[in-house]
Design a protein around this ligand. Structure first.
Ligand code: 3H9
Length: 670
């Protein structure tokens, strides 16, 4: 139900947009507001106009679901509507609450005045969708807030608060009264005498050098992405053109160019995928939630400490349990160190750090978990160890507490089976570093209760994680697919590729690191049988030679004390030894082959995971890989990428390698 309605308060017309959930600027809304403004301008009894939104927010941008949809009627274009606003002969006031984002902020910028509640957020996040603002945002914003701030906002896509907006001149007035609408009407009356005004012709001020600094600071984050650079170019153009029309035209061309490109398709896919992931099929929206006031974390190592930090920074009390006092002290000290490091970057104040640390109760006894509403264990990854912990938790924890394992591949049903309450048990698989990585795989056991699952899904959003539901299987979604990639990478070594070549090909594809760099980082001894005399695989041989990965300075690569890796003669000798044993002829392998051979089996495994019902939907798998493993967002995730590659091409390549093709992938081919 989308509507634009108008009401009167004396000489002020109030235009209300009501398009739940976020008042997106759909073609219907554009038509509605465009027509209403035309009528208002023609009506002499109207002296000023207020644009306000119903529901939880001001306009949060263009309607993303309309992009690339050929069935959407063209209606009034953004340009036509925005010109109607900007050139209106009566002052228009944007009354902002919630989030004024993208096209929403751009519309506010063609309104002549802006009033906002102090909790409102203002931003141009188009870059996160692989786009630049297409309705004047990059041209008008620098004319108000200056080059440096505008460049930051358009290239990083992060919003600023209305309070900061007021300081920077983006907001004319903060609404102080009980009603934004009443304040906006009063403000509109004040504006009648001042008349309309436009930002279009204001001078652009500020330091263009700040743009180069931004590029340097964000080179790693923006590697491979087009949109941030394009957005910055638009700001540079705003500063250099004599006629603002030229800048607006340039921005529009960039918007259209990017809108037709592959990156935005992938990033828009992810936008909806992330939101879809939170929805659990078959779980009613009104499933009751369990209250989570205190969380217990078992294990104060890197993982346990990182997990605890997520809750502390959301004001949730944590009891952190370790076996030995020195490990516990080390864990608590590491949490404090991490928080203090963020104060120097301005993320937290010293007072906030103290508040968070006060919420932390270190303990040497599992008995102290008795009053926790959720307990997450992050102990050694072995079934017997986990089962021992869960049997104890079953005895200690209060009824109704959710009991979670952070296992990355073990059978959650088997873990649950040692308790008398398997309905309360599930997996919460965090990714390292757990306070930074966005992904949380929530593993639903066969007997996990709906309300336990729903509680953890909602809690995940509260701690700013993107949760994806996975079924019980070896490695769940992410690590199960990773195993395919790892296996392919080892095979490529045997056929003649080097670790550096394979890692470089993955890096150039857009991954943060390649398979061997990742193995070294995780530790080659993870899952190793620890018997140096038993050498069956290349990994066994590396471990037997004391090459355990980055942690001891040698793995597939040799590392210096700054953890920079260089090719290792010793590792290469071991690889060569396995190569000669395999009797495979050494040959030249192209980067293209490396990518296909490593990633097609992953896509194949993704289809298998779906066939077995271990993931709810293909887009969930994409979310796992983008937010847990650094798959480049501009390639949309492995399943989306697989579709772009083409099912028949992938199936044929797998066939050629002798890899059985998943039935559902084969079915697409037909
Ligand atoms: C743009 O404006 C281009 C311009 O320059 C003009 C060019 C000419 N469209 O996130 P939530 C849906 S590009 C359609 O869970 P929250 C969302 O899918 C746009 N749908 O809520 C979800 O649906 P469902 C620039 C949208 O409270 C529901 O709303 N703007 C849009 O956590 C709730 O969303 C942006 O990029 C949309 N624009 O966060 C802003 N936005 O319930 C994108 C949301 O069926 N949006 N939906 O799953 C956001 O950042 C967040 O949604 C927001 C609310 C902060 C607004």
């Amino acid at each position: 139900m989308q509507s634009v309605t108008s009401t009167r308060d004396g000489e002020v017309l109030i235009l209300t947009v009501d398009n739940p959930p976020v008042n997106a600027l759909s073609w219907r809304v554009r038509n509605g507001i465009g027509e209403e403004i035309d009528k208002a301008v023609a009506d002499d009894s109207i002296k000023a106009i207020v644009l306000i939104c119903a529901g939880r927010t001001f306009i949060a941008g263009a309607d993303i679901s309309e992009m690339g949809n050929p069935n959407i009627p063209s209606g009034l274009s953004f340009l036509e509507v925005f010109d109607t606003f900007e050139y209106a002969s009566k002052p228009i006031v944007a009354a902002i609450h919630g989030t004024a984002l993208g096209g929403g902020l751009e519309l506010a910028l063609v309104c002549h005045y802006r009033i906002a509640v102090s909790s409102a957020q203002l931003g141009l996040p188009e870059v996160k969708l692989g786009l630049v603002p297409g309705a004047g945002g990059t041209q008008r914003l620098p004319r108000i807030v200056g080059i440096e701030q505008a460049a930051k906002m358009v290239s990083l896509g992060e919003p600023i608060s209305a309070i900061e907006g007021k300081e920077r001149g983006l907001i004319d007035q903060l609404a102080g009264g009980a009603s934004l609408k009443a304040d906006a009407i009063a403000f509109a009356r004040e504006c009648i005498a001042k008349g309309p005004r436009s930002t279009r012709n204001l001078p652009v001020t500020g330091d263009l050098g700040s743009i180069e600094r931004l590029k340097a600071e964000n080179a790693r984050r923006w590697r491979g992405f087009d949109a941030p650079y394009s957005a910055l170019r638009c700001v540079e153009i705003a500063a250099s053109v004599d006629d603002p029309e030229d800048g607006l035209r340039f921005e529009r061309e960039e918007f259209v160019r990017l809108r037709q490109g592959a990156q935005t398709r992938a990033q828009r896919h992810l936008f909806f995928a992330e939101r879809q992931a939170a929805k659990v099929d078959g779980l009613p929206k009104d499933t009751p939630l369990r209250e989570i006031r205190r969380v217990g974390v078992i294990g104060a190592g890197t993982m346990g400490g990182g997990i605890a930090m997520n809750f502390l920074q959301q004001g949730i009390a944590v009891t952190l349990v370790e076996q030995a006092k020195d490990s516990l002290d080390r864990g608590v000290a590491a949490i404090r160190r991490n928080y203090e490091a963020s104060t120097s970057k301005g993320r937290f104040s010293t007072a906030q750090v103290e508040q968070m640390m006060n919420l932390l109760t270190p303990s040497l006894s599992l008995e102290d978990l008795a009053d926790c509403d959720l307990v997450i264990e992050a102990v050694y990854e072995a079934m017997d160890v986990k089962q021992e912990v869960f049997a104890k938790l079953d005895r200690i924890c209060k009824p109704g507490a959710v009991l979670a394992t952070n296992t990355s591949y073990l059978d959650v049903n088997e873990i649950a089976s040692v308790t008398l309450r398997p309905q309360d048990v599930l997996g919460m698989h965090f990714f390292s570093p757990a306070n930074v990585m966005k992904l949380l795989e929530v593993v639903r056991g066969d007997l996990t209760a709906d309300d336990a699952l729903a509680t953890v899904m909602v809690l995940a959003k509260r701690i700013s994680k993107i949760a994806v539901v996975a079924g019980v299987c070896q490695g769940f979604i992410g690590n199960r697919m990773l195993a395919q990639r790892q296996q392919a990478a080892l095979q490529l070594l045997l056929e003649g590729a080097s670790p550096e070549q394979i890692d470089r090909a993955h890096y150039e594809f857009g991954m943060p690191m390649g398979p061997f760099q990742m193995s070294d980082l995780a530790g080659l001894d993870v899952g190793w049988h620890r018997d140096p005399s038993r050498v069956e695989t290349m990994r066994d041989a590396l471990c037997a030679a004391g090459r355990l990965g980055q942690k001891n300075g040698k793995g597939f690569y040799d590392y210096n004390d700054r953890q920079n890796g260089t090719p290792s003669p010793e590792a290469l000798t071991i690889i060569e030894h396995f190569r000669s044993r395999s009797n495979l002829p050494k040959r030249e392998i192209t980067d293209e082959e490396i990518i296909e051979r490593s990633l097609y089996p992953m896509v194949n495994e993704g289809y298998r995971i779906l066939e077995e019902g271990k993931a709810q939907r293909a887009s969930d798998i994409d979310v796992v890989w983008v937010h847990g493993y650094g798959w480049p967002a501009y390639r949309g995730g492995p399943m989306f990428w697989g579709q772009q590659e083409g099912a028949s091409k992938i199936a044929a390549a797998l066939d050629k390698q002798g890899i059985p093709v998943a039935a559902s992938l084969k079915a697409i081919e037909v």
